[in-house]
Design a protein around this ligand. Structure first.
Ligand SMILES: Nc1nc2c(ncn2[C@@H]2O[C@H](COP(=O)(O)OP(=O)(O)OP(=O)(O)O)[C@@H](O)[C@H]2O)c(=O)[nH]1
Length: 299
C-alpha cells in the first residue's frame, strides 16, 4: 500500500476526523450511557460494520486518488455517510435526556445528502475515466491489467504484448510486428548513469507512442528492446513506420542533466508478420535473432 497520496489530502483528513468527533460529541451531550446488559449487540455489529467500512473506504479513496474535485466530493459524501452511521451506532449506547430524541430523528439526513454528493462524484469519475481511457488507448489494446505495466516506461511488458498478439492470431486478424532496439544502450548507462538511462528509455517510449496509431500497441519487450503490434497492417506500411520511428528518435537531442553535451540515440529495427501457423514465441525469437544479427553486421 502507498500512503504518500494521503499527505496531499490533509484538509480532507481534518474534515473527516472532525465529523467523527462531532458525532461522538453530539451523542454524548444528547443522552446518558445505558446499562450494557440492555444493548442490542446484533444492531451494534451491523451499524458498527457500516461505520468502520465507510471510514476504511474514505481512507482508501484518499490513498488511491490525487487531489481534485472528484476526490473531494467522494470524501465529503463518504464522510457524511460515516457521520450518520456513527450517530446510529452511538444511539445504541445512549438513552436520550430529552423526551424527543432529536438525533435519531435527523441522523439519516447527512447520509442521504452524502449519497447524493457521491452520486455526482461517481458521474464525474465516469467522465474522468473516459478521458483517462483515451490517454491510455495507445498503451493498451483491449484489456487492462495494471500488474503488467513496466514501472520505468509505463508501457505494458512483453508478456502483455504476447497475450494480445495471441488473441489477434486466434481471431485470425492479420498484423505486422516491429521490434526496436536501442543501439549501444549500455554506453548510455556507463557514461551517464542508470537514472539517465531510465529517462532515455522513458523518452523513447514516448516517441514510439507518438508514432503509432490508436489501434496499435507498443510494449517494452526487455531491457532496451521494444515491440510493436500493428493489427491489419501490411508489411510495406510497417516498413514505412519503422522509417518514421528511426527518424524521430535519431533526430531528438536528449539532454543528460549532468552534462552540457546532448546525446543522440540510434535504434535498429526489424519487421515481421504475425504468423498464424507459428507460436508467438517462435515468431519473436526469429525477429530477435534477426535483430541481433543486424547488430553484429552494424558492429
Ligand atoms: N537504465 C537501464 N538500463 C537497462 C535496463 N534494462 C537493461 N538495461 C541495460 O541495457 C543494456 C543492454 O545491453 P545490450 O543488450 O548489450 O545492448 P546494447 O548495449 O544496446 O548493445 P547493442 O544492442 O548490440 O547495440 C545493458 O547495459 C543493461 O544493463 C533498465 O531498466 N534501465
Amino acid at each position: 500500500m502507498k500512503f504518500d497520496l494521503i499527505m496531499q489530502h490533509s484538509r480532507l483528513v481534518i474534515f473527516h476526523v472532525s465529523l467523527l468527533l462531532i458525532a461522538i460529541l453530539l451523542s454524548n451531550i444528547s443522552g446518558e450511557l445505558v446499562v450494557l446488559a440492555t444493548v442490542e449487540w446484533s444492531d451494534v455489529i451491523g451499524e458498527g460494520s457500516i461505520a468502520l467500512l465507510t471510514i476504511f473506504w474514505t481512507f482508501a479513496v484518499m490513498m488511491s486518488r490525487p487531489s481534485g474535485k472528484v476526490t473531494n466530493l467522494l470524501v465529503i459524501g463518504l464522510s457524511l455517510v460515516t457521520f450518520s452511521a456513527m450517530l446510529d451506532l452511538f444511539d445504541e449506547f445512549m438513552d436520550p435526556i430529552s423526551s424527543i430524541n432529536w438525533i435519531s430523528l435527523f441522523e439519516s439526513i447527512p447520509a442521504a445528502i452524502g449519497m447524493l454528493v457521491m452520486s455526482y462524484a461517481l458521474y464525474l469519475w465516469h467522465l474522468e475515466q473516459l478521458a483517462l481511457n483515451q490517454q491510455l488507448r495507445r498503451r493498451e489494446l483491449d484489456y487492462r491489467w495494471h500488474q503488467e505495466i513496466d514501472a520505468i516506461t509505463l508501457l505494458y511488458r512483453g508478456s502483455y504484448w504476447k497475450e494480445r498478439a495471441r488473441k489477434l492470431a486466434s481471431n485470425k486478424v492479420p498484423a505486422s510486428i516491429i521490434v526496436v532496439d536501442v543501439v549501444n544502450f549500455s554506453f548510455v548507462n556507463t557514461q551517464y548513469g542508470i537514472v539517465e538511462g531510465d529517462r532515455i528509455l522513458r523518452e523513447i517510449a514516448h516517441l514510439l507512442l507518438m508514432n503509432i496509431r490508436k489501434t496499435d500497441l507498443v510494449c517494452r519487450y526487455a531491457g532496451d528492446r521494444f515491440v510493436i503490434l500493428l493489427p491489419n497492417t501490411k508489411l510495406e506500411d510497417a516498413l514505412l513506420l519503422v522509417n518514421q520511428i528511426q527518424c524521430s528518435i535519431e533526430s531528438v537531442a536528449f539532454k543528460p542533466s549532468s552534462k552540457k553535451v546532448s546525446l543522440f540515440t540510434k535504434v535498429k529495427s526489424v519487421v515481421g508478420c504475425l504468423a498464424l501457423t507459428e507460436t508467438i514465441e517462435n515468431t519473436l525469437s526469429h525477429l530477435n535473432q534477426e535483430l541481433d544479427e543486424l547488430g553484429e553486421r552494424v558492429a
